[in-house]
Design a protein around this ligand. Structure first.
Ligand code: FES
Ligand code: FES
Length: 158
């Protein structure tokens, strides 16, 4: 097994870890950092349950090698709630009843947060397009899109 030591910023803390060069970032986050809010759905880049924000962009961590994260700035769902205070996106998801089984929810929160951080304005159709990489098997899309619209119109940063 070939390993490599990598360093990155994880939820605003500098961390370093020895990884198998074949390991996905998802497995490293879940198994080595115990950040299990980032979910493993499909494992092949289709469902978005494993989404994190890396250097301002969303990344499917199941198909992203951990070694590629070296030197990057990563935010996961765990970094969204500060001192028990939900982020604006999390609160909007709750307010709109956009959470059902919740397995897809962390990925949606990270994708909507990335849109909010971009500072762009989004139409309903653009929101749907941006969220097309996130799947909800409970088919709760309508409320999720409503939550995204609400928070994006508010312009409140997470
Ligand atoms: S688990 Fe990564 S996209 Fe589905
Ligand atoms: S809330 Fe269950 S998969 Fe989306």
């Amino acid at each position: 097994m070939k390993t490599k030591k990598i360093q990155f910023s994880l939820n605003d803390k500098n961390v370093s870890v020895e990884v198998d060069v074949r390991e996905s970032l998802l497995d490293v986050l879940r198994q080595k950092f115990h950040l299990t809010g980032t979910k493993k759905g499909c494992g092949v880049g289709e469902c978005g349950a494993c989404t994190v924000i890396m250097n301002g962009e969303t990344v499917d961590t199941c198909i992203f090698l951990a070694t590629w994260a070296d030197g990057k700035v990563i935010h996961t769902i765990e970094g969204q709630t500060i001192d028990g205070q939900l982020s604006a996106v999390q609160q909007a998801m709750l307010d709109e009843g956009a959470v059902q089984c919740g397995f897809c929810t962390p990925g949606f929160v990270m994708s909507i947060t990335s849109m909010l951080e971009s500072g762009k304005e989004y139409t309903r159709e653009e929101i749907k397009k941006e969220l097309s990489g996130n799947m909800c098997r409970c088919t709760g899309y309508q409320n999720i899109v409503k939550a995204a619209e609400k928070v994006l119109q508010s312009g409140i940063l997470p």
